[in-house]
Write a protein that binds this ligand. Structure first.
Ligand code: G6P
Ligand code: MG
Length: 219
């Protein structure tokens, strides 16, 4: 195992909650409609535009291109306001230890987040210096569940995807890791992340030795 491709929201920090909170506010403000919890699963790991498309499809609402653009900008403004108070205390349990273990074993760290706010969030968490690379989601052709961002993250650390593990909390992300040819490590519920090759119920359960032996079997 030479590289680890990290998702960010919901794996490194619990910012996935903020994403959905921001979508809920936007939809309430614009249409006075509430979003059901189940939509959160569908928007997790999915780009900003693809998330709004999924939400509007669910609500059966059509908007002009200009309004669509304005709404994604507005959602991002709300999300950035929620991020303002982010500190290293928002790093999820077990993640700092896991990162140290990867470092000790000379495993390179690369960020494979769909979020255009990734560098800003890592900065707030004081984690940018521990990452060897951050893949730029604005430069990839297709978002998760396509493998592109994971391929870009592996290439940014010069490691073959099959020598990498990817860590994800979203259905779209697990599919993307599998397609990229890396070992998929899921964080979350079994009924949701059934396609993950290795699954932990939450970040505090993530274990370097288990990840390493799963990769030895997988390679
Ligand atoms: C992550 C989150 C998604 C979010 C996407 C884009 O993958 O899980 O919920 O839509 O990033 O984030 P951005 O910060 O660019 O809007
Ligand atoms: Mg995530």
């Amino acid at each position: 195992m030479k590289g680890v491709l990290f998702d960010l929201d919901g794996v490194i920090a619990d910012t996935s909650v903020y994403h959905f909170q921001a979508w809920r506010k936007l939809i309430k403000d614009h249409f006075n409609r509430d979003l059901p919890d189940e939509l959160e699963k569908q928007t997790k790991g999915v780009s900003r535009k693809d998330s709004l498309t999924a939400i509007l499809n669910y609500l059966d609402i059509k908007v002009s291109d200009a309004d669509f653009q304005e709404m994604t900008d507005e959602k991002n403004k709300v999300f950035r306001e929620l991020l303002a108070s982010l500190t290293p205390q928002n790093i999820l349990p077990g993640i700092s230890d896991l990162i140290s273990q990867f470092k000790q074993h000379d495993v390179k760290l690369s960020l494979a987040s769909a979020s255009l706010n990734g560098p800003y969030i890592l900065e707030k968490l004081q984690l940018n210096s521990v990452f060897d690379a951050i893949a730029d989601p604005s430069k990839v052709a297709a978002g998760k569940p396509a493998p592109d961002i994971f391929l870009a993250a592996a290439s940014a650390i010069n490691v073959d995807p099959k020598d990498c593990v990817g860590i994800e909390d979203s259905i779209a992300g697990i599919k993307a890791i599998n397609k990229a040819g890396a070992l998929s490590v899921g964080v979350g519920a079994k009924n949701e992340l059934s396609e993950a090759k290795l699954l932990f119920p939450d970040t505090s359960a993530l274990n370097y030795d288990q990840i390493e032996s799963a990769w030895e079997e997988f390679k």
